[in-house]
Structure formats: structure tokens, C-alpha cells
Write a protein that binds this ligand. Sequence first.
Ligand code: AMP
Ligand code: MN
Ligand code: MN
Ligand code: MN
Length: 276
Amino acid sequence: MPRYDLHCHSTHSDGLFAPAAVVARAAQRGVDVLALTDHDVVSGLAEAQQAASDAGITLVCGSELSVTWKDITIHVVALRIDPDNATLVQGLASIRGGRGERARLMAQGLAEAGVPGAYQGAMRYVTNDDLVSRTHFARFLIDAGYAKDARGVFDRYLTPGKPGYVAHAWASLPQAVGWIHAAGGQAVLAHPGRYRVTPTGMRKLLTEFRDAGGDAIEILSPSHTPAQYQEFATHARVLGLRGSCGSDWHGPGEGWMDLGDLPDLPASVEPVWKHW
Ligand code: AMP
Ligand code: MN
Ligand code: MN
Ligand code: MN
């Protein structure tokens, strides 16, 4: 059985390794099929593709799209997309558009809460000018001593209701799925266990995702407990969705799951790669 890891990040968004280095590490760790899924960009895929052919593994062209559903932000992973598809390229550009202004507003909120210089601070960690994210603010805040780890920094500064959080309208769910399908790809609802919704809200989200044409649910993720693997496997089966798996790796020392560190998908679920 080939080993799949269908969710990870590079310096083209908020990861710490360049695409070629991510691929090399994945190959070294026994991953056979790797999807690079940088937030709202596809610019790292050419380098990753070259590195994958050098290492003898399969690269899946991917991205992780930021989406607004009701009043929450969710993520939709795109797999096997054509990175040159104009509809997708324009859609991703429209999602990225507001990030610069959002970062300025985040810094303003942080300044009012007693954290000066957060914009310049975060920019020191940015590796793609087109993609400032909360992760870059988090790294700055931790290194500057405002929090001791990622969990603390998000809880104190960067989540809804906290001083560095700025509400933002990303793509709609039908838009995101539509762009992914236009580019020939499959749409995967990323780490659903992370979204703060009631059980009823979760069923609504999963059903709307399916009705918008969504293809799969990310079942195995470091954001999920083993009990949630089973819970989302059941949702997938009931809704007729496939299942996916991804380490969501951003870099060494960030998160506890390394590339390829994934158990088998529950046998009751059809894998997203079934007809690849
Ligand atoms: P953004 O797209 O700018 O809203 O940033 C989202 C990114 O922040 C995610 O992809 C994660 O990498 C990171 N992130 C969000 N929430 C957390 C959290 N609670 N702990 C650690 N990282 C987080
Ligand atoms: Mn991220
Ligand atoms: Mn995500
Ligand atoms: Mn991710």
C-alpha cells in the first residue's frame, strides 16, 4: 500500500521549508504520494514537482483554500488541480487580495492591546509577500516573548474575540468548490474537527459541502482525536463522501505530526485516491 500524505505547507505560505525540501523530507520519511497544499497559492508546485520526480515520489498538485461559511472560517483542500487553470488562479488571487490590509488591522488591534510593532515583526517571518498569515504573527509573538507556544498565542491573541483577530470574508463554499472543479481537482473539507460548531451545525456544514459538490472529508488530521477519525468516517459514509488524510505539516517543531505520520484510513471509507 502506498503511503499518502495529502496536506502540508511550504515557504510559499506559512510553512518553514521550501517546496523542494518538504518533498525531500517526505520522500525520506517513506511518503509515496504527497500533496503540497499551501494556503491560497499554487506557486510552490513547480519546484515541488521537480523535486518529486528527482526523489521518485508522486506529487499531487494542491492548495488549501480559505472559505467563509456562515460566520466562521473553514478550509477546503484542493487535490489534483491544474495549477494553470485561469478560473482557479483568479479565484485564489481574489482570496489573497485582502490579506495585506487584514495584517495591518491585526497589528492595529495588537498595538491597542500593548503589542507594538507587530506588522513589521510579522513581516520578518513572511516568506511570500503575497501571503501574510496569522502563523507569521504567531511566530513573531512567541519569539518576542508574548506567549510561550502556538496554542497560547492563538488563544490569547489570534482567535475570534482576541485583540489580533480580524474578521475577514474569504471565498464562499460554492465558489471554492467551483474553482477546484474548474481546475479538474477534488475538493476536500479540511480538518472539520477544528471548527467551532454544534453537532447540528456540523451536519449542516457537511451537508452543504456535499451539496456544493464537495468530494471528500479529511478524516485523518493532527487536529483530530482517534474518536474523531471514526466520527468523520461515519459522516463520510452517510453523506457519500470519500475520505482523505494529511499531516498538515508546517515545519519541524510545529505541530506534533510529521510528514507521513498517518495511520490507515478507516476501512469503511472510500479513499479520495480510489480512482487516481
Ligand atoms: P490565516 O489563514 O492567516 O487565518 O492563518 C491560518 C493558519 O494559522 C492555519 O493554517 C494554521 O497554520 C495556523 N493556526 C490557526 N489556528 C491555530 C492554532 N490554534 N494553533 C496553531 N496554529 C493555528
Ligand atoms: Mn497554516
Ligand atoms: Mn487548515
Ligand atoms: Mn493546512
